[in-house]
Design a protein around this ligand. Structure first.
Ligand code: ZN
Ligand code: ZN
Length: 174
């Protein structure tokens, strides 16, 4: 869906769009959004003078990945509200001013006579991605020695390693 300046000049544009994973290609390794993204919201031309386009709404999506520590499949909720502002690329020089006056609103840039909604949605999805993908904050991961999932079972590997170190220390002392 293309949000053209010409249409925005006539009034707000409401959107309620579903994007498939293929509509929103992003090279974030290890995470997929097989069910796509649903975006609902509204776009408006905030100022005819500056060409600033504001959007607000909600994205709904679920990412599929594997836990960084234990490699079990996990679902990552990527849903949430968004509020963004886009200015014409040629305004970029005065970007600092804008950021100071509107700290609560993210500012992006568009080129030409409008904005592709898919680009906005993709950016919101990227922002929603977590730094770490974990099945739970205290995931114990996989034992590097025997490969057991430490969330599900315990092994003796760590204990043995500690024992060996103690044994080495003891032998040094003697
Ligand atoms: Zn895990
Ligand atoms: Zn082990």
């Amino acid at each position: 869906m293309f949000l053209s300046l010409r249409h925005l000049e006539l009034g707000k544009i409401a959107f309620d769009q579903r994007f498939s994973a293929a509509d929103l290609p992003f090279d974030e390794p290890g995470i997929e959004i097989p069910a796509g993204v649903h975006a609902v919201g509204e776009a408006e031309l905030a100022s005819v003078h500056t060409g600033e386009i504001r959007l607000h709404g909600q994205i709904e999506a679920t990412g599929k990945a594997v836990c960084d520590r234990c490699v079990e499949p996990i679902e990552i909720p990527l849903s949430g509200p968004f509020r963004v502002s886009y200015e014409p690329r040629e305004n970029e020089a005065s970007a600092e001013e804008v950021e100071l006056s509107e700290k609560d609103v993210e500012v992006g840039y568009y080129e030409g006579d409008g904005l592709e909604l898919a680009d906005v949605v993709r950016e919101q999805v990227l922002l929603a991605l977590p730094m770490q993908k974990l099945c739970r904050p205290d995931c114990q991961g996989i034992c590097p020695t025997c490969g057991i999932n430490r969330n599900e079972a315990s092994c003796q590997c760590t204990v043995q390693q500690v024992d060996e170190r103690w044994a080495a220390l003891k032998s040094l002392k003697q």
